[in-house]
Design a protein around this ligand. Structure first.
Ligand SMILES: Nc1ncnc2c1ncn2[C@@H]1O[C@H](COP(=O)(O)OP(=O)(O)OP(=O)(O)O)[C@@H](O)[C@H]1O
Ligand SMILES: [Mg+2]
Length: 305
Protein backbone atom coordinates (compact mmCIF):
# COMPACT_ATOMS: atom_id res chain seq x y z
CA UNK A 1 0.00 0.00 0.00
CA UNK A 2 1.23 3.48 -0.78
CA UNK A 3 1.85 5.93 2.01
CA UNK A 4 -0.23 8.94 0.99
CA UNK A 5 1.98 11.32 2.94
CA UNK A 6 4.83 10.28 0.68
CA UNK A 7 2.71 10.93 -2.36
CA UNK A 8 2.07 14.50 -1.41
CA UNK A 9 5.19 15.57 0.46
CA UNK A 10 6.67 18.98 -0.11
CA UNK A 11 10.12 17.47 0.22
CA UNK A 12 9.41 15.41 -2.85
CA UNK A 13 8.34 18.55 -4.66
CA UNK A 14 11.58 20.31 -3.78
CA UNK A 15 13.72 17.34 -4.60
CA UNK A 16 12.17 16.60 -7.93
CA UNK A 17 11.23 20.03 -9.06
CA UNK A 18 12.42 20.48 -12.63
CA UNK A 19 12.11 24.24 -12.54
CA UNK A 20 15.86 24.72 -12.72
CA UNK A 21 16.16 23.04 -16.05
CA UNK A 22 17.24 25.96 -18.10
CA UNK A 23 13.77 26.55 -19.39
CA UNK A 24 14.41 30.27 -19.40
CA UNK A 25 17.59 29.99 -21.42
CA UNK A 26 16.63 30.10 -25.06
CA UNK A 27 18.69 27.90 -27.30
CA UNK A 28 19.07 29.80 -30.52
CA UNK A 29 20.49 26.83 -32.38
CA UNK A 30 17.57 24.54 -31.64
CA UNK A 31 15.12 23.73 -34.43
CA UNK A 32 11.58 25.05 -34.40
CA UNK A 33 10.16 23.65 -31.20
CA UNK A 34 6.66 23.33 -32.53
CA UNK A 35 7.53 21.60 -35.77
CA UNK A 36 6.94 17.87 -36.00
CA UNK A 37 10.22 16.03 -35.61
CA UNK A 38 10.50 14.33 -38.96
CA UNK A 39 13.51 12.32 -37.84
CA UNK A 40 11.61 10.68 -35.03
CA UNK A 41 10.39 7.18 -35.84
CA UNK A 42 6.60 6.76 -35.70
CA UNK A 43 6.10 5.45 -32.19
CA UNK A 44 4.15 2.24 -31.90
CA UNK A 45 0.92 2.75 -30.02
CA UNK A 46 -0.35 0.36 -27.37
CA UNK A 47 -3.17 -1.91 -28.50
CA UNK A 48 -6.81 -0.98 -27.91
CA UNK A 49 -8.50 -0.74 -25.51
CA UNK A 50 -6.33 1.94 -23.95
CA UNK A 51 -6.97 3.37 -20.50
CA UNK A 52 -5.43 6.81 -20.16
CA UNK A 53 -5.33 8.99 -17.09
CA UNK A 54 -5.01 12.73 -17.61
CA UNK A 55 -3.01 14.00 -14.65
CA UNK A 56 -1.03 17.00 -13.49
CA UNK A 57 -1.43 18.27 -9.96
CA UNK A 58 -0.89 21.79 -11.21
CA UNK A 59 -4.28 23.46 -11.59
CA UNK A 60 -5.66 24.93 -14.79
CA UNK A 61 -3.16 23.41 -17.21
CA UNK A 62 -5.75 21.93 -19.55
CA UNK A 63 -6.43 18.47 -18.07
CA UNK A 64 -10.19 18.67 -18.46
CA UNK A 65 -10.05 20.48 -21.79
CA UNK A 66 -7.77 17.74 -23.07
CA UNK A 67 -9.75 14.83 -21.61
CA UNK A 68 -13.01 16.16 -23.05
CA UNK A 69 -11.76 17.32 -26.42
CA UNK A 70 -9.27 14.56 -27.13
CA UNK A 71 -11.96 12.09 -26.06
CA UNK A 72 -14.53 13.77 -28.31
CA UNK A 73 -12.13 13.92 -31.26
CA UNK A 74 -11.39 10.21 -30.83
CA UNK A 75 -15.14 9.56 -30.82
CA UNK A 76 -15.45 11.52 -34.08
CA UNK A 77 -12.80 9.22 -35.54
CA UNK A 78 -15.17 6.37 -34.76
CA UNK A 79 -13.63 5.09 -31.54
CA UNK A 80 -15.88 4.29 -28.62
CA UNK A 81 -14.74 6.50 -25.77
CA UNK A 82 -15.54 6.63 -22.06
CA UNK A 83 -14.53 9.70 -20.07
CA UNK A 84 -14.38 9.22 -16.31
CA UNK A 85 -14.70 12.48 -14.40
CA UNK A 86 -12.62 11.96 -11.28
CA UNK A 87 -12.68 15.59 -10.20
CA UNK A 88 -15.19 16.92 -7.64
CA UNK A 89 -15.24 20.14 -9.66
CA UNK A 90 -17.15 18.15 -12.27
CA UNK A 91 -15.86 20.25 -15.15
CA UNK A 92 -15.76 17.39 -17.64
CA UNK A 93 -19.33 16.52 -16.64
CA UNK A 94 -20.76 20.01 -17.16
CA UNK A 95 -18.49 20.59 -20.14
CA UNK A 96 -20.22 17.68 -21.85
CA UNK A 97 -23.66 19.09 -21.11
CA UNK A 98 -24.59 16.73 -18.28
CA UNK A 99 -26.88 18.26 -15.68
CA UNK A 100 -25.69 16.91 -12.34
CA UNK A 101 -29.14 17.36 -10.76
CA UNK A 102 -30.65 14.65 -12.94
CA UNK A 103 -28.13 11.96 -12.12
CA UNK A 104 -29.01 8.74 -10.37
CA UNK A 105 -25.42 7.61 -9.93
CA UNK A 106 -22.00 9.18 -10.33
CA UNK A 107 -18.39 8.19 -9.99
CA UNK A 108 -18.81 8.70 -6.24
CA UNK A 109 -21.25 5.77 -6.11
CA UNK A 110 -18.86 3.68 -8.17
CA UNK A 111 -15.96 4.36 -5.81
CA UNK A 112 -17.75 4.23 -2.49
CA UNK A 113 -20.93 2.23 -2.99
CA UNK A 114 -19.65 -0.43 -5.37
CA UNK A 115 -22.23 0.50 -7.97
CA UNK A 116 -21.33 -0.99 -11.38
CA UNK A 117 -19.76 1.66 -13.59
CA UNK A 118 -22.27 1.04 -16.39
CA UNK A 119 -25.03 2.17 -14.03
CA UNK A 120 -23.26 5.50 -13.68
CA UNK A 121 -22.45 5.92 -17.37
CA UNK A 122 -24.26 8.62 -19.35
CA UNK A 123 -24.38 9.11 -23.11
CA UNK A 124 -23.38 12.53 -24.45
CA UNK A 125 -24.61 14.50 -27.43
CA UNK A 126 -21.79 12.94 -29.43
CA UNK A 127 -22.20 9.42 -30.73
CA UNK A 128 -19.54 7.06 -29.33
CA UNK A 129 -18.76 9.38 -26.43
CA UNK A 130 -19.84 8.43 -22.89
CA UNK A 131 -19.12 9.85 -19.47
CA UNK A 132 -19.12 8.69 -15.89
CA UNK A 133 -20.04 12.01 -14.28
CA UNK A 134 -18.91 13.58 -11.06
CA UNK A 135 -20.43 16.09 -8.69
CA UNK A 136 -19.17 18.03 -5.71
CA UNK A 137 -20.11 15.02 -3.51
CA UNK A 138 -16.91 13.46 -4.73
CA UNK A 139 -14.99 15.96 -2.60
CA UNK A 140 -15.77 13.78 0.42
CA UNK A 141 -14.37 10.70 -1.26
CA UNK A 142 -10.78 11.79 -0.68
CA UNK A 143 -11.43 11.27 3.06
CA UNK A 144 -14.11 8.58 2.90
CA UNK A 145 -11.78 6.37 0.88
CA UNK A 146 -9.05 6.43 3.52
CA UNK A 147 -10.42 3.56 5.66
CA UNK A 148 -11.93 1.74 2.68
CA UNK A 149 -10.74 -1.72 1.72
CA UNK A 150 -8.51 -1.68 -1.32
CA UNK A 151 -8.90 2.05 -1.46
CA UNK A 152 -6.41 2.70 -4.28
CA UNK A 153 -7.86 0.09 -6.60
CA UNK A 154 -11.54 0.94 -6.49
CA UNK A 155 -11.65 2.66 -9.86
CA UNK A 156 -9.47 0.06 -11.48
CA UNK A 157 -11.78 -2.77 -10.40
CA UNK A 158 -14.78 -0.84 -11.72
CA UNK A 159 -13.22 0.05 -15.07
CA UNK A 160 -11.95 -3.50 -15.65
CA UNK A 161 -15.58 -4.59 -15.92
CA UNK A 162 -16.22 -2.39 -18.96
CA UNK A 163 -12.86 -1.92 -20.70
CA UNK A 164 -13.88 -4.29 -23.46
CA UNK A 165 -16.85 -2.07 -24.33
CA UNK A 166 -14.59 0.82 -25.28
CA UNK A 167 -11.58 1.66 -27.41
CA UNK A 168 -10.41 4.46 -25.11
CA UNK A 169 -11.10 5.25 -21.47
CA UNK A 170 -9.91 8.72 -20.43
CA UNK A 171 -9.82 9.60 -16.75
CA UNK A 172 -9.84 13.30 -15.82
CA UNK A 173 -8.04 13.89 -12.51
CA UNK A 174 -8.36 16.73 -10.01
CA UNK A 175 -5.42 19.09 -9.46
CA UNK A 176 -3.96 17.12 -6.56
CA UNK A 177 -2.07 13.92 -5.91
CA UNK A 178 -4.49 12.51 -3.35
CA UNK A 179 -6.38 9.23 -3.32
CA UNK A 180 -8.61 10.16 -6.25
CA UNK A 181 -5.63 10.72 -8.51
CA UNK A 182 -3.97 7.57 -7.15
CA UNK A 183 -7.15 5.68 -8.12
CA UNK A 184 -6.84 7.19 -11.60
CA UNK A 185 -3.17 6.22 -11.89
CA UNK A 186 -3.85 2.72 -10.62
CA UNK A 187 -6.65 2.21 -13.15
CA UNK A 188 -4.75 3.27 -16.27
CA UNK A 189 -1.86 1.99 -18.31
CA UNK A 190 -0.98 5.38 -19.78
CA UNK A 191 -0.53 8.79 -18.23
CA UNK A 192 -1.36 11.83 -20.34
CA UNK A 193 0.27 14.97 -18.93
CA UNK A 194 -0.98 18.30 -20.23
CA UNK A 195 1.63 21.03 -19.80
CA UNK A 196 0.72 24.66 -20.21
CA UNK A 197 3.14 26.60 -22.41
CA UNK A 198 3.82 29.12 -19.66
CA UNK A 199 6.46 30.20 -17.21
CA UNK A 200 6.99 27.50 -14.52
CA UNK A 201 5.52 24.91 -16.86
CA UNK A 202 7.69 22.19 -15.41
CA UNK A 203 7.11 23.11 -11.80
CA UNK A 204 5.90 20.10 -9.86
CA UNK A 205 6.34 17.73 -12.78
CA UNK A 206 9.06 15.87 -10.91
CA UNK A 207 6.64 15.21 -8.11
CA UNK A 208 4.07 13.90 -10.55
CA UNK A 209 6.59 11.58 -12.17
CA UNK A 210 7.71 10.36 -8.78
CA UNK A 211 4.13 9.53 -7.91
CA UNK A 212 3.70 7.74 -11.19
CA UNK A 213 6.80 5.69 -10.28
CA UNK A 214 5.40 4.93 -6.83
CA UNK A 215 2.13 3.72 -8.28
CA UNK A 216 4.00 1.75 -10.91
CA UNK A 217 6.15 0.04 -8.28
CA UNK A 218 3.43 -0.61 -5.74
CA UNK A 219 0.13 -0.91 -7.56
CA UNK A 220 0.31 -0.90 -11.31
CA UNK A 221 3.48 -2.11 -13.06
CA UNK A 222 1.95 -1.41 -16.47
CA UNK A 223 1.68 2.34 -15.91
CA UNK A 224 3.75 4.61 -18.17
CA UNK A 225 3.84 8.28 -19.08
CA UNK A 226 3.21 7.95 -22.80
CA UNK A 227 1.69 11.24 -23.85
CA UNK A 228 2.63 14.81 -23.05
CA UNK A 229 0.33 17.44 -24.52
CA UNK A 230 1.49 21.04 -24.77
CA UNK A 231 -1.53 23.26 -24.15
CA UNK A 232 -2.44 26.93 -24.49
CA UNK A 233 0.34 27.58 -26.96
CA UNK A 234 0.50 31.22 -27.90
CA UNK A 235 2.48 31.56 -31.11
CA UNK A 236 3.00 35.27 -30.46
CA UNK A 237 5.28 34.66 -27.50
CA UNK A 238 8.83 33.37 -27.55
CA UNK A 239 8.24 31.91 -24.13
CA UNK A 240 5.72 29.38 -25.43
CA UNK A 241 8.19 28.18 -28.02
CA UNK A 242 10.96 27.94 -25.43
CA UNK A 243 8.76 25.93 -23.10
CA UNK A 244 7.84 23.46 -25.84
CA UNK A 245 11.48 23.09 -26.81
CA UNK A 246 12.52 22.48 -23.23
CA UNK A 247 9.80 19.92 -22.61
CA UNK A 248 10.76 18.11 -25.81
CA UNK A 249 14.37 18.08 -24.64
CA UNK A 250 13.30 16.35 -21.44
CA UNK A 251 10.66 14.01 -22.69
CA UNK A 252 11.52 13.44 -26.34
CA UNK A 253 9.05 11.46 -28.39
CA UNK A 254 6.55 11.27 -25.55
CA UNK A 255 5.66 14.89 -26.32
CA UNK A 256 2.89 15.05 -28.92
CA UNK A 257 3.94 16.65 -32.18
CA UNK A 258 0.76 18.67 -32.31
CA UNK A 259 0.45 21.45 -29.77
CA UNK A 260 -2.88 22.90 -28.66
CA UNK A 261 -3.15 26.65 -29.33
CA UNK A 262 -4.60 29.09 -26.86
CA UNK A 263 -7.97 30.02 -28.35
CA UNK A 264 -11.03 31.71 -26.91
CA UNK A 265 -13.35 29.20 -28.57
CA UNK A 266 -11.82 26.35 -26.55
CA UNK A 267 -12.54 28.22 -23.33
CA UNK A 268 -16.10 29.07 -24.43
CA UNK A 269 -17.17 25.57 -25.45
CA UNK A 270 -17.70 24.15 -21.91
CA UNK A 271 -20.28 26.80 -21.05
CA UNK A 272 -22.33 25.48 -23.97
CA UNK A 273 -21.92 21.92 -22.72
CA UNK A 274 -20.18 20.89 -25.92
CA UNK A 275 -16.75 19.63 -26.92
CA UNK A 276 -15.00 21.89 -29.41
CA UNK A 277 -15.55 19.46 -32.31
CA UNK A 278 -19.29 20.05 -31.88
CA UNK A 279 -19.27 23.67 -30.70
CA UNK A 280 -17.06 24.99 -33.49
CA UNK A 281 -15.85 22.13 -35.68
CA UNK A 282 -13.75 24.34 -37.96
CA UNK A 283 -12.00 26.32 -35.25
CA UNK A 284 -8.28 26.09 -34.61
CA UNK A 285 -8.94 24.35 -31.31
CA UNK A 286 -11.10 21.69 -32.96
CA UNK A 287 -8.48 21.14 -35.63
CA UNK A 288 -5.75 20.81 -33.01
CA UNK A 289 -7.63 18.22 -30.98
CA UNK A 290 -8.59 16.32 -34.14
CA UNK A 291 -4.94 16.17 -35.18
CA UNK A 292 -3.99 15.16 -31.66
CA UNK A 293 -6.57 12.37 -31.75
CA UNK A 294 -5.09 11.03 -34.97
CA UNK A 295 -1.61 11.21 -33.47
CA UNK A 296 -2.60 9.57 -30.17
CA UNK A 297 -4.62 6.82 -31.83
CA UNK A 298 -1.90 6.17 -34.39
CA UNK A 299 -4.72 5.28 -36.78
CA UNK A 300 -5.42 2.01 -34.97
CA UNK A 301 -8.43 0.26 -36.46
CA UNK A 302 -11.52 0.41 -34.24
CA UNK A 303 -12.16 -2.92 -32.64
CA UNK A 304 -14.94 -5.02 -34.06
CA UNK A 305 -17.88 -5.24 -31.71
N1 LIG B 1 -6.10 25.81 -25.39
C1 LIG B 1 -6.81 26.62 -24.63
N2 LIG B 1 -7.10 27.89 -25.04
C2 LIG B 1 -7.80 28.72 -24.24
N3 LIG B 1 -8.29 28.40 -23.05
C3 LIG B 1 -8.04 27.16 -22.59
C4 LIG B 1 -7.31 26.21 -23.34
N4 LIG B 1 -7.24 25.07 -22.64
C5 LIG B 1 -7.89 25.29 -21.49
N5 LIG B 1 -8.38 26.54 -21.45
C6 LIG B 1 -9.12 27.17 -20.38
O1 LIG B 1 -8.25 27.27 -19.26
C7 LIG B 1 -8.94 26.95 -18.06
C8 LIG B 1 -8.28 25.73 -17.40
O2 LIG B 1 -8.40 24.63 -18.29
P1 LIG B 1 -8.86 23.21 -17.73
O3 LIG B 1 -10.08 23.35 -16.90
O4 LIG B 1 -8.90 22.29 -18.89
O5 LIG B 1 -7.62 22.89 -16.81
P2 LIG B 1 -7.51 21.78 -15.70
O6 LIG B 1 -6.07 21.38 -15.65
O7 LIG B 1 -8.50 20.71 -15.91
O8 LIG B 1 -7.92 22.60 -14.41
P3 LIG B 1 -8.13 21.99 -12.92
O9 LIG B 1 -6.75 21.75 -12.42
O10 LIG B 1 -8.85 23.06 -12.18
O11 LIG B 1 -8.92 20.74 -13.08
C9 LIG B 1 -10.38 26.70 -18.46
O12 LIG B 1 -11.11 27.91 -18.29
C10 LIG B 1 -10.30 26.34 -19.92
O13 LIG B 1 -11.47 26.65 -20.63
MG1 LIG C 1 -9.96 19.94 -14.62
Amino acid sequence: MIDSSELCSDAALQKHDLRETGIHQPDAAAPDATAPDAAAPPSAKPPLPRVMVVANQKGGVGKTTTAVNLGAALAVLGYRVLIVDLDPQGNATTGLGINSRNLEATVYDVLLRDIPIEDATEPTSLRNLFIVPSTIHLAGAEIELVPAFSRELRLRRAIEQVTDDYDFVMIDCPPSLGLLTVNGLAAATEVVVPIQCEYYALEGLGQLLRNVNLVQTNLNPALEVTTIVMTMYDARTRLAEQVVREVRRHFGSRVCRHVVPRTVRLSEAPSFGQPIVVFDPNSRGALAYRELAKEVSGGAPQRVR
